[in-house]
Ligand binder design. Sequence first.
Ligand code: HEC
Ligand code: HEC
Ligand code: HEC
Length: 163
Amino acid sequence: MQKTGIAILCLMIALLTGGVLGIAGAGESESEVCIPMGSISLAAPDSVEPQRPGVEFPHSVHFDYSCKECHHKWDNESAIQGCMTSGCHDLTESPEKPVKHLQYTDEAIIYYKFAFHKQCIGCHKELKELNREAAEALRLNDDDTRLSATGPTGCKACHAVEE
Ligand code: HEC
Ligand code: HEC
Ligand code: HEC
């Protein structure tokens, strides 16, 4: 995963630790969080012969979401790790087939491709489905500007980086 040439924003943030609403043990701690702004180039690990060009992921376009929506193992304090960090989604081959489209077992999701597809395509698809329902209920066209922006779900829209 390459992050060279993109701006990194570092902030000192005060974090509430220990719990919600003043439960015993709650306290504040300062911690530095660095966020790559702009786009992050995602690509297959070196040991994989890629079938598709890599993906330009516009990180900062996604900051309406909580960081933990994607960085789901983040403890709010330590440095945020990449998705393919050892012990995370670090398999370079699938141990088994998907249960069905975008549905994987706990073993299969360790395969990095399934993890990315589930998270990226999963969310974009869900948003498209919500738009479809809204458009139907309100009798809008699919491209009505009042519908929310979603991300791409087509292969080439994501895998578009020039080799
Ligand atoms: C929509 C999903 C998504 C959201 C929301 C998101 N990120 Fe990320 N972030 C990613 C992905 C994907 C990467 C690339 C990970 C990789 O290289 O394996 C990344 C990379 C990073 C990295 C670099 C990690 C490394 O490999 O060194 C940091 C730091 C980071 N994000 C911080 C944040 C912070 C802070 C927030 C909240 C403001 C945030 N991200 C929100 C998906 C997201
Ligand atoms: C939790 C939901 C969510 C997740 C997870 C998510 N996205 Fe998105 N994505 C969005 C939304 C919402 C937009 C539309 C944002 C906008 O245009 O304002 C978007 C837009 C995009 C766009 C188009 C940006 C543009 O400027 O047109 C790309 C490319 C994209 N996402 C790639 C990815 C990739 C790659 C991942 C996984 C690493 C990912 N997204 C994960 C919600 C998500
Ligand atoms: C929302 C973005 C998104 C969409 C849509 C998407 N992918 Fe991916 N895909 C990724 C990301 C991110 C990775 C991990 C980075 C990489 O390997 O390029 C990945 C990895 C892969 C890989 C493993 C790496 C390689 O090149 O061999 C294959 C194969 C792949 N995708 C095929 C597809 C196909 C086929 C489709 C359409 C059915 C598709 N992808 C749609 C984001 C996407």
